[in-house]
Design a protein around this ligand. Structure first.
Ligand code: V47
Length: 401
């Protein structure tokens, strides 16, 4: 050990929630320690809340000292959110898996007329939305393939129909990639497309389709969809018309550390401009059943490090989500002490990762999510999509405004 260290104030713990002894013993009471001297200037930045630059971000990816990186990410996370850990009760609706993009990263999309291709009639989508509704979902997460024939009106009717039937449910619908494709097919500008979607009931946009912005990587994993600049431009327009969105990064395939840093820096720059991103979600690549299935799966070390680096670099993103469906519930739980403050949701019926070999369950009960969060020494907070606390009683669900 090289001997330099410092102490921070211990994080505050909620008096009401029982904290497991092992976590109590751990707290943040121990000093920061590392043998990797490259981390010292980064630690000093973290102490005073100074922004990481691209070289710092690269160092964070390169170091083997995951505990030191995690310590720093955790201290930022606790400064921002204390022990609060957010989750929501949501349902995924994937109206179609027919997709013209044929991305090598994907096991979900199908060409139309091949076995397994499906497109829901609107009534079917409404029935899907209703099933599991007894869980009192507060969000429908709606994404699908780039269908070559479905008219724009189908998507408008889908959203207005859902709003009519489930007025209190937030519609987090359509990735930037889908929006850009719908605009092209409807011969509308992206702004007009977003405005019509908003008028039909879309409340915010999910973060998918960002993958990795670097052209070199995009050419390999998703050659036929919008490029990184177009993704960012679409997000910017969404934010400008008052729609919040999330942002993702798909990691663990053919990208390198520089590509990841470039991706994070571009998101951070746009967030400085618009403030429209709510949450960043690193997505681990699942190779099974994709044309890239020869690639190995991500390791737990990379998953955890990705969460921590995201928290440290994206200082202007309010939330970092560890998506348990993709990371497994166990890694997602551990990541709550490595920078993550959100576990996504109960997720009724996830398809995209399960087509790509995910072995996690396709949904989780609220009580189980809460148990995992508490066992990590954190305080579970059920939120709606806009991070307003949700209060439940036997008979009602209320969102604080
Ligand atoms: O855009 C597709 C990714 C995304 C694979 O905004 C894959 O709250 C891994 O964006 N292995 C869709 N990843 C999911 C998504 C998402 C998930 C949870 C929450 C939110 C949110 C957004 O999944 C796609 C793509 O990047 N993906 N195939 C695969 N084989």
């Amino acid at each position: 050990m090289t001997g330099w260290s410092s102490t921070l104030e211990p994080c505050s713990k909620s008096a009401k929630i029982p904290i497991p002894d092992i976590i109590k013993a751990m707290g943040s009471l121990h000093a920061f320690q590392t043998d990797d001297l490259r981390l010292k200037p980064i630690y000093e930045k973290v102490l005073v809340g100074e922004r990481m630059d691209a070289a710092d971000a690269l160092t964070l990816y390169c170091t083997g000292d995951i505990l030191a990186v995690g310590w720093m990410a955790n201290s930022v996370r606790e400064r921002m959110h204390g022990d609060k850990t957010y989750f929501n009760v949501n349902r995924h609706i994937n109206p179609t898996n027919v997709c013209v993009a044929a991305c090598r990263l994907c096991a979900f999309g199908r060409k139309k007329d091949v076995a397994g291709a499906y497109t829901m009639a609107l009534e079917e989508a409404f029935e899907t939305a209703a099933s599991g509704y007894s869980e009192a979902v507060t969000e429908f997460h709606i994404v699908g393939g780039l269908h070559p024939d479905l008219p724009f009106q189908y998507f408008l009717d889908l959203c207005s129909g859902l709003k009519q039937r489930f007025p209190q449910v937030h519609l987090k619908a359509f990735t930037m990639v889908e929006v850009a494709y719908l605009a092209r097919r409807a011969k509308l500008s992206i702004r007009e497309t977003l405005e019509q979607l908003k008028a039909s009931g879309v409340d915010s946009l999910p973060g998918g389709g960002a993958e990795i912005f670097a052209d070199r990587v995009r050419h390999i994993i998703c050659d036929h969809k919008i490029d990184g600049d177009q993704w960012l431009e679409t997000a910017k327009l969404a934010h400008q018309i008052g729609l919040k969105s999330n942002a993702t990064m798909l990691y663990g395939h053919v990208e390198n550390d520089e590509d990841r840093v470039d991706h994070l820096m571009k998101l951070r720059a746009l967030q400085d401009e618009t403030g429209g991103f709510q949450t960043f979600i690193p997505l681990a690549f699942h190779p099974d059943n994709t044309p890239l299935q020869h690639l190995p799966k991500t390791t737990g070390m990379l998953d955890i490090k990705q969460i921590a680096v995201s928290r440290l670099v994206l200082d202007n993103f309010p939330h970092i989500k560890s998506y348990w469906q993709m990371m497994t519930a166990k890694i997602a739980q551990i990541s709550l002490r490595f920078g993550a403050d959100d576990m996504d949701g109960t997720v009724i019926e996830e398809k995209i990762y399960h087509d790509a070999g995910a072995t996690t369950p396709q949904g989780m009960r609220r009580e189980e999510l809460e148990r995992l969060i508490r066992a990590a020494g954190r305080v579970p907070i059920e939120r709606d999509t806009l991070y307003r606390p949700v209060t439940r009683t036997e008979t009602s669900v209320t969102v604080a405004v």
